[in-house]
Design a protein around this ligand. Structure first.
Ligand code: GUN
Length: 311
């Protein structure tokens, strides 16, 4: 594909809507069989970003007919108290999924808590058993996999982006995105390189990629010179920027962004410089790309967990 063709926008909002509409019938089917999929969300403290995410998760459950409940312990809650809460949710039959919103306060033992969720109810796919199953290449319909990377794969598949035999470069090595998306791309027969803050010659490596997944949390980190014309660009970053100089670096030519920046004093930019999108054959916008899929995949995992526990 040449750089002169107009890149395709991978519309996460539209794909998420498609996934959610499929889930409506799966939830109806579950109810017909005598159960309602149920999600419990634990939100510790009052982190505004986390509150927003959790609210959106609970709202989406209601839209799809999934039962949900929220547990909101105070910031000062102890690891032991949280372990007791997780234990009680593990034991309740009407709860199919348990989601512990991250980050947790520094005094809480996050790893211990994530391992306390029984793997059958681990709709975030963070338990070592599920991480191991993913790495082992277990069939996707039998694994609860982390939602953001699962959403990326769903988006690539539904958009008919070829993966098998392609060179994929993942930038970022987090347990939530970088490592699991690398495993999923390997399982789909891509040739995968994972880059991170210590990688030498990173631009050179990224230039080899047919598919770039950027998940490092640095605004506009992937610049046009790092992109092979015709590559598919997947942008996982959601970085809020308020500095006018930084804003102008990315959006000097975008009247609509300028208007909203002037009004709100901030905007979001991904980990990929928007100027790089023009070189791609397809890209995920920010906002409205990958972010839109995460909640849809959480719903999908909840419905899947409910069915798997009963099969
Ligand atoms: N915080 C940021 N991303 C996530 C996620 O995917 N799951 C949870 N539980 N917390 C998060």
């Amino acid at each position: 594909m040449s750089s002169t063709t107009t890149p395709r926008v991978l519309d996460g909002t539209a794909i998420a809507a498609e996934i959610k509409s499929e889930l409506v019938s799966k939830v109806a089917e579950a109810k017909h069989r005598g159960y309602t999929p149920g999600l419990a969300v634990i939100l510790v403290g009052e982190n505004p970003a986390s509150q927003l995410y959790v609210k959106s998760k609970v709202k989406t459950c209601a839209e799809l007919g999934i039962y949900s409940e929220m547990h909101t312990p105070h910031e000062s809650v102890t690891t032991d108290q949280l372990l007791a809460l997780v234990q009680s949710l593990n034991e309740r039959n009407e709860i199919d999924g348990i989601l512990i919103q991250l980050p947790l306060p520094a005094h809480v033992d996050t790893e211990l808590l994530l391992e306390a969720v029984i793997p059958e109810k681990d709709v975030d796919g963070f338990h070592p058993i599920n991480a191991g199953r993913l790495l082992s290449g277990a069939p996707s319909e039998k694994v609860l996999a982390p939602c953001t990377p699962a959403g990326i794969m769903e988006m690539l598949h539904r958009s008919n982006i070829p993966i098998s035999g392609q060179r994929a470069v993942v930038i970022g090595r987090s347990n939530i995105v970088g490592k699991p998306i690398a495993a999923m791309l390997i399982n789909a027969s891509a040739t995968v390189t994972v880059c991170h803050s210590r990688t030498r010659n990173l631009p050179e490596i990224v230039r080899e990629a047919d598919i770039v997944v950027a998940a490092i949390g640095r605004p506009g980190f992937v610049t046009p010179d790092m992109v092979r014309p015709g590559a598919t660009l997947v942008d996982v970053g959601i970085n809020r920027i308020t500095d006018p100089a930084e804003f102008n670096r990315f959006f000097a030519n975008s009247p609509s962004r300028q208007e909203s920046f002037a009004k709100r004093g901030s905007t979001v930019v991904g980990d990929i410089d928007p100027a790089a999108f023009a070189l791609s054959s397809a890209y995920t916008p920010v906002p409205g790309g990958v972010g839109a899929l995460t909640i849809a995949m959480l719903m999908s995992n909840t419905v899947k967990a409910a069915a798997m526990r009963r099969s």
